[in-house]
Design a protein. Sequence first.
Length: 460
Amino acid sequence: MPASVTPLSRERIAELTERETARLNERTQASHQMYDRARHSLAGGVASSYQLRDPWPLYLERGDGPKVWDVDGNEMWDFHNGFGSMVQGHAHPAIGGAVEGRYRFGTHFAAPTEDAIVVGEELANRWGLPKWRYTNSGSESTMDAIRIARALTGRTTVLKIFGSYHGHHDTVMVSIGVEYDAIGPREAPNSLPYGGGIPQSTVDEVFAVHFNDAESMEKRIVALDKEGRKPACVIMEAAMMNLGVVLPQPGYLEAVREITERHGVVLIFDEVKTGLTIAPGGATDRFGVTPDIATLAKALGGGFPTGAIGMTEEVAAVVESGGVYQVGTYNGNPLVMAACRANLLEVLTPDAYAHLTHLNDRILAGCDAVIEEFGLPGYTVGIGSKGCVTFSTVPVIDYPTFKENQDVELTDLTWVYNVNRGIFMTPGREEEWTLSVTHTDEAIDAYVGVFRELAAELTS
């Protein structure tokens, strides 16, 4: 936070946003044409609702290392990285070579291969969880993890962190994004469906508490137990990654681990975003707190769709006994496992993590200097390959502080301003940058330079 904050003109923010949006629309006419074609066969013209943009999405053509090109030929440094999946950079030769080598021996059998064993061994070493299974996405990983926890405990209720996103299956599409006045009381936040198609009966089985508040978590567990609805599990990100970046306060995760153990509640760390991106063994490694189950996806596959579930011996027993059917035709697909093996053993090495730390330290320091120089209402936060500028004068520690304080208009302006100057970022106030092992000091300087340009325009 700067020593003194410069008041920003709402009119100036609106003026810049209008100017930059018009400029982006002019620069993306090929995307416009592709959208006109795509919307006849794809719902909304996209493969996922998170790819939407008004008046049309940006269609990408290729990526190489730390850069991407859209169909208009616009070249951009990629700080989006596939919603954090591409910490390896695009078209990494080690992963490409592994996939090419695997292809000629067959790409799918629905039977185990040696690469699946090697990947499991490496994940066990990194996470300290002995048993692993595979899925094909983060949503599948969290879905299966919750089912396993329910089978282990014989209970159905799920407790989650308000505002956290854990995939798109019904159970976790509850209490994610709502208006500030819809959050509900601090000690018992509301359970609200995230969009249509989610049965009320499912919503009624899911309860939420706020991040960085272990005391409220215990009180909620006790209250639900008295009602005969003791949770089967707590599912949470150890560091929240869809409110920008929100780190756990000292002692919070340790308290959560102690509370869940004492009450016999399975602790699931959703590491779909933190896994392999903030440390070799994700948040479990970085913070030194081991859950009962960890779920992975995104960065694990090196650009290929996959996921994984790590378990203690006790948890894994309900799968190994046949009590839970953890299945999937493409689980452990040999082409994907070849990519995962190369990713873990050849790309995401100790040297790679040292490089990511160097880059993130540099981008955080550069953005901090800009914030201080221009008195911007915000601060930086980062860990591993992840980070962001949070436009708030109040530290964001949970969903209510995020929803009440972060500057939405300024965040929206920042995205379009960045794209117009060759910085491809995740859209929206919820996201953050992800660096890759192929990023360089030049990429960091470009990012900070654009941020400084924006700050100068905002305060001129």
